[in-house]
Write a protein that binds this ligand. Structure first.
Ligand SMILES: Cc1ncc(COP(=O)(O)O)c(C=O)c1O
Length: 417
Protein backbone atom coordinates (compact mmCIF):
# COMPACT_ATOMS: atom_id res chain seq x y z
CA UNK A 1 0.00 0.00 0.00
CA UNK A 2 1.29 3.47 -0.87
CA UNK A 3 2.41 5.41 2.16
CA UNK A 4 0.42 8.51 2.93
CA UNK A 5 2.57 10.57 5.29
CA UNK A 6 6.19 10.18 4.25
CA UNK A 7 9.40 12.15 4.63
CA UNK A 8 11.34 13.57 1.72
CA UNK A 9 14.71 15.00 2.81
CA UNK A 10 13.43 14.78 6.35
CA UNK A 11 10.34 16.89 5.72
CA UNK A 12 6.97 15.25 6.33
CA UNK A 13 4.67 15.22 3.31
CA UNK A 14 1.03 14.33 2.89
CA UNK A 15 1.03 12.48 -0.43
CA UNK A 16 3.16 14.83 -2.59
CA UNK A 17 2.62 18.02 -0.62
CA UNK A 18 5.08 19.22 2.03
CA UNK A 19 3.37 19.94 5.34
CA UNK A 20 5.28 23.27 5.76
CA UNK A 21 3.76 24.42 2.43
CA UNK A 22 0.30 23.77 3.81
CA UNK A 23 1.13 25.67 6.98
CA UNK A 24 2.60 28.58 5.00
CA UNK A 25 -0.75 28.93 3.31
CA UNK A 26 -3.27 28.14 6.04
CA UNK A 27 -1.43 28.32 9.37
CA UNK A 28 -1.70 26.20 12.49
CA UNK A 29 -3.35 24.35 14.04
CA UNK A 30 -4.70 22.62 10.94
CA UNK A 31 -6.01 19.19 10.12
CA UNK A 32 -4.54 17.70 6.94
CA UNK A 33 -6.25 14.78 5.19
CA UNK A 34 -5.20 12.54 2.33
CA UNK A 35 -7.90 11.81 -0.23
CA UNK A 36 -5.81 8.91 -1.54
CA UNK A 37 -5.68 7.26 1.88
CA UNK A 38 -9.44 7.63 2.36
CA UNK A 39 -10.08 6.03 -1.03
CA UNK A 40 -7.65 3.19 -0.35
CA UNK A 41 -9.26 2.27 2.93
CA UNK A 42 -12.74 2.31 1.46
CA UNK A 43 -11.62 0.15 -1.43
CA UNK A 44 -9.76 -2.26 0.85
CA UNK A 45 -12.89 -2.91 2.84
CA UNK A 46 -15.19 -3.03 -0.12
CA UNK A 47 -12.74 -5.29 -1.98
CA UNK A 48 -12.53 -7.70 0.98
CA UNK A 49 -16.32 -8.05 0.97
CA UNK A 50 -16.14 -8.80 -2.73
CA UNK A 51 -19.42 -9.60 -4.39
CA UNK A 52 -21.28 -10.30 -1.17
CA UNK A 53 -24.11 -7.70 -1.33
CA UNK A 54 -23.09 -4.89 0.98
CA UNK A 55 -23.39 -1.22 1.79
CA UNK A 56 -20.55 0.64 3.47
CA UNK A 57 -22.37 3.38 5.35
CA UNK A 58 -19.49 5.57 6.46
CA UNK A 59 -20.00 6.83 9.99
CA UNK A 60 -20.17 10.58 9.53
CA UNK A 61 -19.47 11.30 13.19
CA UNK A 62 -15.83 10.27 12.69
CA UNK A 63 -15.22 13.12 10.27
CA UNK A 64 -18.08 14.97 8.64
CA UNK A 65 -16.10 17.35 6.46
CA UNK A 66 -17.88 17.79 3.13
CA UNK A 67 -14.71 17.04 1.16
CA UNK A 68 -14.33 13.77 3.03
CA UNK A 69 -17.97 12.92 2.40
CA UNK A 70 -17.75 13.86 -1.29
CA UNK A 71 -14.64 11.70 -1.69
CA UNK A 72 -16.56 8.76 -0.25
CA UNK A 73 -19.80 9.51 -2.10
CA UNK A 74 -17.89 9.24 -5.38
CA UNK A 75 -16.85 5.72 -4.41
CA UNK A 76 -20.43 4.66 -3.74
CA UNK A 77 -20.37 4.95 0.03
CA UNK A 78 -23.49 5.45 2.07
CA UNK A 79 -23.64 7.15 5.43
CA UNK A 80 -24.38 6.23 9.01
CA UNK A 81 -25.74 9.36 10.65
CA UNK A 82 -26.72 10.22 14.21
CA UNK A 83 -28.32 13.64 13.86
CA UNK A 84 -30.22 15.96 11.59
CA UNK A 85 -26.97 17.85 11.10
CA UNK A 86 -25.21 14.76 9.80
CA UNK A 87 -28.16 14.01 7.50
CA UNK A 88 -27.88 17.53 6.11
CA UNK A 89 -24.14 17.17 5.51
CA UNK A 90 -24.43 13.73 3.95
CA UNK A 91 -27.13 14.83 1.53
CA UNK A 92 -25.24 18.04 0.70
CA UNK A 93 -22.18 15.96 -0.16
CA UNK A 94 -24.24 13.90 -2.60
CA UNK A 95 -24.77 10.72 -0.61
CA UNK A 96 -28.11 9.29 -1.83
CA UNK A 97 -30.81 8.98 0.83
CA UNK A 98 -31.31 5.30 0.06
CA UNK A 99 -27.75 4.69 1.25
CA UNK A 100 -28.27 6.36 4.63
CA UNK A 101 -28.95 4.66 7.95
CA UNK A 102 -29.94 6.73 10.96
CA UNK A 103 -28.45 5.58 14.27
CA UNK A 104 -28.52 7.23 17.69
CA UNK A 105 -30.17 6.72 21.01
CA UNK A 106 -32.03 10.02 21.20
CA UNK A 107 -33.35 11.12 17.84
CA UNK A 108 -35.75 14.04 18.16
CA UNK A 109 -39.12 14.26 16.42
CA UNK A 110 -37.63 16.79 14.00
CA UNK A 111 -34.73 14.48 13.20
CA UNK A 112 -37.02 11.49 12.65
CA UNK A 113 -39.18 13.64 10.37
CA UNK A 114 -36.14 14.79 8.40
CA UNK A 115 -35.05 11.19 7.87
CA UNK A 116 -38.55 10.21 6.81
CA UNK A 117 -38.96 12.94 4.28
CA UNK A 118 -35.49 12.32 2.86
CA UNK A 119 -36.44 8.68 2.28
CA UNK A 120 -33.50 7.06 4.06
CA UNK A 121 -32.72 3.35 3.83
CA UNK A 122 -33.35 2.54 7.47
CA UNK A 123 -33.79 3.88 10.98
CA UNK A 124 -31.77 2.07 13.60
CA UNK A 125 -34.26 2.08 16.44
CA UNK A 126 -32.87 2.03 19.95
CA UNK A 127 -35.93 1.98 22.22
CA UNK A 128 -39.61 1.12 22.34
CA UNK A 129 -40.48 4.78 22.84
CA UNK A 130 -38.61 5.75 19.71
CA UNK A 131 -40.38 3.03 17.73
CA UNK A 132 -43.79 4.35 18.81
CA UNK A 133 -42.81 7.95 18.09
CA UNK A 134 -41.60 7.09 14.60
CA UNK A 135 -44.77 5.14 13.83
CA UNK A 136 -46.94 8.05 15.01
CA UNK A 137 -44.98 10.48 12.93
CA UNK A 138 -44.93 8.35 9.79
CA UNK A 139 -48.59 7.38 9.85
CA UNK A 140 -49.64 10.98 10.48
CA UNK A 141 -48.14 11.84 7.12
CA UNK A 142 -49.24 8.67 5.35
CA UNK A 143 -45.76 7.20 5.27
CA UNK A 144 -44.16 3.96 6.42
CA UNK A 145 -40.73 4.08 8.02
CA UNK A 146 -38.19 1.30 7.29
CA UNK A 147 -36.56 0.15 10.52
CA UNK A 148 -33.98 -2.14 12.06
CA UNK A 149 -33.91 -2.61 15.81
CA UNK A 150 -30.50 -2.24 17.37
CA UNK A 151 -29.92 -5.29 19.53
CA UNK A 152 -27.21 -5.82 22.12
CA UNK A 153 -25.83 -9.31 21.67
CA UNK A 154 -24.24 -9.19 25.13
CA UNK A 155 -20.70 -9.12 23.77
CA UNK A 156 -18.37 -6.98 25.86
CA UNK A 157 -15.80 -6.31 23.15
CA UNK A 158 -12.46 -5.21 24.56
CA UNK A 159 -11.78 -1.61 23.52
CA UNK A 160 -9.06 0.68 24.89
CA UNK A 161 -11.52 2.67 27.03
CA UNK A 162 -14.84 1.76 28.65
CA UNK A 163 -16.43 4.85 27.06
CA UNK A 164 -16.23 3.10 23.68
CA UNK A 165 -17.83 -0.19 24.73
CA UNK A 166 -21.45 -0.50 23.73
CA UNK A 167 -22.37 -4.13 23.10
CA UNK A 168 -22.90 -5.24 26.70
CA UNK A 169 -26.27 -5.42 28.41
CA UNK A 170 -25.91 -2.42 30.76
CA UNK A 171 -25.58 0.26 28.13
CA UNK A 172 -27.85 3.09 27.11
CA UNK A 173 -27.64 1.84 23.52
CA UNK A 174 -30.01 -0.56 21.78
CA UNK A 175 -32.26 -3.20 23.30
CA UNK A 176 -31.36 -6.52 24.93
CA UNK A 177 -31.32 -9.27 22.30
CA UNK A 178 -33.69 -11.31 24.48
CA UNK A 179 -36.32 -8.58 24.11
CA UNK A 180 -36.05 -8.48 20.32
CA UNK A 181 -38.87 -10.96 19.43
CA UNK A 182 -41.36 -8.98 21.51
CA UNK A 183 -40.30 -5.63 20.03
CA UNK A 184 -40.23 -6.93 16.45
CA UNK A 185 -43.78 -8.21 16.95
CA UNK A 186 -44.74 -4.79 18.22
CA UNK A 187 -42.96 -3.08 15.32
CA UNK A 188 -44.83 -5.23 12.81
CA UNK A 189 -48.14 -4.26 14.42
CA UNK A 190 -47.54 -0.52 14.19
CA UNK A 191 -49.10 1.24 11.21
CA UNK A 192 -46.17 3.54 10.42
CA UNK A 193 -43.41 0.91 10.59
CA UNK A 194 -41.96 -1.54 8.10
CA UNK A 195 -39.51 -3.98 9.59
CA UNK A 196 -36.55 -4.19 7.23
CA UNK A 197 -33.42 -5.27 9.07
CA UNK A 198 -31.53 -5.96 12.27
CA UNK A 199 -28.81 -3.71 13.65
CA UNK A 200 -25.95 -4.02 16.13
CA UNK A 201 -22.86 -2.03 17.07
CA UNK A 202 -20.59 -3.49 19.72
CA UNK A 203 -18.10 -0.70 20.30
CA UNK A 204 -15.30 1.29 18.79
CA UNK A 205 -11.59 0.64 18.18
CA UNK A 206 -12.07 -3.13 18.31
CA UNK A 207 -8.88 -4.90 17.27
CA UNK A 208 -10.01 -8.52 17.17
CA UNK A 209 -12.50 -10.22 14.87
CA UNK A 210 -13.83 -12.66 17.48
CA UNK A 211 -16.25 -10.21 19.13
CA UNK A 212 -17.77 -9.55 15.70
CA UNK A 213 -17.97 -13.26 14.98
CA UNK A 214 -19.63 -13.90 18.31
CA UNK A 215 -22.12 -11.06 17.90
CA UNK A 216 -22.95 -11.72 14.23
CA UNK A 217 -23.53 -15.42 14.97
CA UNK A 218 -26.06 -14.45 17.64
CA UNK A 219 -27.79 -11.93 15.43
CA UNK A 220 -28.02 -14.34 12.48
CA UNK A 221 -29.62 -16.81 14.88
CA UNK A 222 -32.06 -14.08 15.89
CA UNK A 223 -32.85 -13.46 12.22
CA UNK A 224 -33.85 -17.14 11.86
CA UNK A 225 -36.18 -16.82 14.83
CA UNK A 226 -37.68 -13.56 13.57
CA UNK A 227 -38.20 -14.93 10.07
CA UNK A 228 -39.93 -17.97 11.51
CA UNK A 229 -42.28 -15.49 13.16
CA UNK A 230 -43.06 -13.98 9.78
CA UNK A 231 -40.80 -10.93 9.69
CA UNK A 232 -39.30 -10.04 6.34
CA UNK A 233 -35.71 -9.08 6.99
CA UNK A 234 -33.50 -7.99 4.15
CA UNK A 235 -30.40 -6.61 5.84
CA UNK A 236 -28.05 -6.99 8.77
CA UNK A 237 -26.23 -3.87 9.95
CA UNK A 238 -23.16 -4.93 11.94
CA UNK A 239 -22.26 -1.37 12.96
CA UNK A 240 -18.75 0.03 12.94
CA UNK A 241 -15.88 -0.10 15.37
CA UNK A 242 -13.12 -1.66 13.25
CA UNK A 243 -9.94 -0.73 15.06
CA UNK A 244 -6.83 0.85 13.59
CA UNK A 245 -3.21 1.12 14.61
CA UNK A 246 -2.31 4.27 16.53
CA UNK A 247 1.09 3.25 17.83
CA UNK A 248 2.65 0.89 15.36
CA UNK A 249 0.62 -2.20 16.26
CA UNK A 250 -1.74 -3.96 13.90
CA UNK A 251 -5.20 -2.67 13.15
CA UNK A 252 -7.98 -5.01 12.15
CA UNK A 253 -7.52 -6.22 8.58
CA UNK A 254 -10.41 -5.95 6.17
CA UNK A 255 -9.59 -9.42 4.89
CA UNK A 256 -9.63 -10.98 8.39
CA UNK A 257 -12.88 -9.20 9.16
CA UNK A 258 -14.52 -10.40 5.96
CA UNK A 259 -13.20 -13.95 6.46
CA UNK A 260 -14.63 -13.98 9.96
CA UNK A 261 -18.13 -12.80 9.24
CA UNK A 262 -19.01 -13.62 5.63
CA UNK A 263 -19.22 -17.39 6.26
CA UNK A 264 -21.82 -16.68 8.95
CA UNK A 265 -23.94 -14.83 6.39
CA UNK A 266 -23.71 -17.25 3.49
CA UNK A 267 -27.16 -18.38 2.47
CA UNK A 268 -28.86 -15.87 4.74
CA UNK A 269 -29.89 -13.56 1.91
CA UNK A 270 -29.11 -10.65 4.17
CA UNK A 271 -27.50 -7.60 2.67
CA UNK A 272 -24.57 -6.64 4.86
CA UNK A 273 -24.48 -3.03 6.07
CA UNK A 274 -21.37 -1.72 7.82
CA UNK A 275 -20.83 1.59 9.61
CA UNK A 276 -17.07 2.10 9.76
CA UNK A 277 -15.78 5.54 10.66
CA UNK A 278 -12.31 5.42 12.16
CA UNK A 279 -11.23 2.58 9.85
CA UNK A 280 -11.81 4.78 6.80
CA UNK A 281 -10.43 8.14 7.93
CA UNK A 282 -8.34 7.68 11.08
CA UNK A 283 -4.97 7.16 9.46
CA UNK A 284 -5.76 9.53 6.61
CA UNK A 285 -5.35 12.64 8.77
CA UNK A 286 -2.88 14.48 10.99
CA UNK A 287 -3.15 17.55 13.16
CA UNK A 288 -0.36 20.05 12.54
CA UNK A 289 0.52 22.37 15.41
CA UNK A 290 3.28 24.83 16.26
CA UNK A 291 5.38 24.77 19.41
CA UNK A 292 4.84 27.99 21.34
CA UNK A 293 6.99 27.56 24.43
CA UNK A 294 9.06 25.10 26.39
CA UNK A 295 8.82 24.97 30.13
CA UNK A 296 10.14 22.87 33.01
CA UNK A 297 8.71 22.42 36.48
CA UNK A 298 8.16 19.81 39.15
CA UNK A 299 10.49 17.41 37.39
CA UNK A 300 8.53 17.65 34.15
CA UNK A 301 9.24 19.16 30.78
CA UNK A 302 6.37 20.69 28.91
CA UNK A 303 6.07 21.44 25.22
CA UNK A 304 3.29 24.00 24.89
CA UNK A 305 1.62 23.97 21.48
CA UNK A 306 -0.94 26.12 19.72
CA UNK A 307 -3.33 23.15 19.53
CA UNK A 308 -5.21 22.15 22.63
CA UNK A 309 -7.92 19.81 23.85
CA UNK A 310 -10.52 21.92 22.07
CA UNK A 311 -8.84 21.00 18.76
CA UNK A 312 -8.10 17.34 19.57
CA UNK A 313 -10.12 15.98 22.47
CA UNK A 314 -9.27 12.29 22.25
CA UNK A 315 -6.22 12.30 24.55
CA UNK A 316 -8.00 13.96 27.45
CA UNK A 317 -11.46 12.49 26.83
CA UNK A 318 -10.55 8.82 26.67
CA UNK A 319 -6.78 8.62 26.84
CA UNK A 320 -6.51 8.47 23.05
CA UNK A 321 -2.95 8.01 21.83
CA UNK A 322 -1.45 9.99 18.96
CA UNK A 323 2.18 9.69 17.91
CA UNK A 324 3.92 13.10 18.05
CA UNK A 325 6.69 13.99 15.61
CA UNK A 326 8.50 17.09 14.42
CA UNK A 327 7.51 17.94 10.84
CA UNK A 328 11.16 18.49 9.94
CA UNK A 329 13.42 15.72 11.12
CA UNK A 330 17.01 16.67 11.75
CA UNK A 331 19.76 14.21 12.49
CA UNK A 332 21.31 13.75 15.92
CA UNK A 333 18.53 15.16 18.00
CA UNK A 334 18.40 13.63 21.44
CA UNK A 335 15.05 12.41 22.67
CA UNK A 336 13.53 13.98 25.73
CA UNK A 337 10.58 12.91 27.77
CA UNK A 338 7.89 15.56 27.63
CA UNK A 339 4.23 16.33 28.10
CA UNK A 340 2.80 17.99 24.99
CA UNK A 341 0.15 20.35 26.29
CA UNK A 342 -2.18 22.97 24.89
CA UNK A 343 -2.93 26.55 25.91
CA UNK A 344 -6.30 25.80 27.53
CA UNK A 345 -6.97 26.59 31.16
CA UNK A 346 -7.51 22.97 32.21
CA UNK A 347 -5.01 20.53 33.67
CA UNK A 348 -6.66 17.94 31.43
CA UNK A 349 -5.55 19.89 28.37
CA UNK A 350 -2.87 17.67 26.91
CA UNK A 351 -2.12 16.01 23.61
CA UNK A 352 0.51 13.53 24.81
CA UNK A 353 1.87 12.63 28.24
CA UNK A 354 5.31 11.29 29.17
CA UNK A 355 6.34 10.90 25.58
CA UNK A 356 9.92 10.57 24.28
CA UNK A 357 10.19 12.96 21.37
CA UNK A 358 13.18 14.57 19.64
CA UNK A 359 14.12 17.83 21.38
CA UNK A 360 12.05 20.57 19.77
CA UNK A 361 12.35 24.34 19.69
CA UNK A 362 9.73 27.08 19.96
CA UNK A 363 8.37 27.89 16.51
CA UNK A 364 8.81 24.34 15.28
CA UNK A 365 5.99 22.38 13.68
CA UNK A 366 4.74 19.10 15.14
CA UNK A 367 2.21 16.61 13.86
CA UNK A 368 -0.11 14.41 15.82
CA UNK A 369 -0.63 11.38 13.69
CA UNK A 370 -3.74 9.32 13.07
CA UNK A 371 -6.01 12.25 13.79
CA UNK A 372 -8.41 11.90 10.85
CA UNK A 373 -11.18 10.35 12.97
CA UNK A 374 -12.79 12.02 15.96
CA UNK A 375 -10.36 14.93 15.60
CA UNK A 376 -12.06 17.90 14.05
CA UNK A 377 -15.48 16.33 14.58
CA UNK A 378 -14.99 16.55 18.35
CA UNK A 379 -13.39 20.01 18.26
CA UNK A 380 -15.01 22.87 20.11
CA UNK A 381 -14.46 26.57 20.59
CA UNK A 382 -13.79 26.20 24.33
CA UNK A 383 -11.76 29.15 25.65
CA UNK A 384 -13.10 31.05 22.63
CA UNK A 385 -10.62 29.48 20.29
CA UNK A 386 -11.68 29.41 16.64
CA UNK A 387 -11.64 25.86 15.34
CA UNK A 388 -8.73 24.80 13.08
CA UNK A 389 -8.60 24.81 9.30
CA UNK A 390 -9.01 21.53 7.43
CA UNK A 391 -7.02 20.82 4.27
CA UNK A 392 -7.52 18.03 1.75
CA UNK A 393 -4.54 16.76 -0.22
CA UNK A 394 -4.79 14.68 -3.35
CA UNK A 395 -1.52 13.84 -5.09
CA UNK A 396 0.34 17.12 -5.46
CA UNK A 397 -2.76 19.24 -4.95
CA UNK A 398 -3.93 20.85 -1.71
CA UNK A 399 -7.35 22.37 -1.14
CA UNK A 400 -8.84 24.17 1.79
CA UNK A 401 -11.65 21.91 2.98
CA UNK A 402 -12.78 24.21 5.79
CA UNK A 403 -11.42 27.64 6.52
CA UNK A 404 -10.14 28.42 9.97
CA UNK A 405 -12.91 29.94 12.05
CA UNK A 406 -12.71 33.63 12.73
CA UNK A 407 -13.46 35.68 15.82
CA UNK A 408 -16.59 36.87 14.02
CA UNK A 409 -17.69 33.24 13.61
CA UNK A 410 -17.41 32.84 17.37
CA UNK A 411 -20.00 35.53 18.08
CA UNK A 412 -22.12 35.27 14.93
CA UNK A 413 -25.03 33.50 16.63
CA UNK A 414 -25.20 36.14 19.34
CA UNK A 415 -25.33 39.19 17.11
CA UNK A 416 -28.21 40.16 14.80
CA UNK A 417 -30.78 38.65 17.15
C1 LIG B 1 -23.82 3.22 15.98
C2 LIG B 1 -22.42 3.51 15.57
N1 LIG B 1 -22.01 3.13 14.35
C3 LIG B 1 -20.75 3.37 13.91
C4 LIG B 1 -19.83 4.01 14.71
C5 LIG B 1 -18.47 4.24 14.15
O1 LIG B 1 -17.49 3.70 14.95
P1 LIG B 1 -15.99 3.62 14.40
O2 LIG B 1 -15.58 5.00 14.01
O3 LIG B 1 -15.22 3.09 15.54
O4 LIG B 1 -16.01 2.70 13.23
C6 LIG B 1 -20.19 4.39 16.01
C7 LIG B 1 -19.21 5.04 16.88
O5 LIG B 1 -19.37 5.33 18.00
C8 LIG B 1 -21.53 4.15 16.44
O6 LIG B 1 -21.92 4.53 17.66
Amino acid sequence: MAETFVRHDGVLHCEDVAIPDIVARWGTPSYVYSAGAIRRRFEELSGALGDYPHLIAYSVKANGNLEVLRTLAELGAGADIVSGGELYRARLAGIPADRIVFSGVGKTVNELAAGLSAGIYGFNIESEGELEELSRLASASGMVAPVALRVNPGVDAPTPHHYTRTGHAATKFGIPISDAPRLYAKAASLPGIRVRGVDMHIGSQILAVEPYQDAVAQVVELVHVLRSQGHQLEYLDVGGGLGISYSGGEGISARAFADAILPLLQGSELRLVLEPGRYIVGQAGVLVTRVLYLKEGGGKRFVITDAGMNDLLRPSHYSGYHAVEPVEATADREEVRVDVVGPICETGDFLALDRDVPRVEPGELLVLRTAGAYGFSMASTYNQRPRPAEVMVSGGEMRLARRRETLEDLVAGELDL
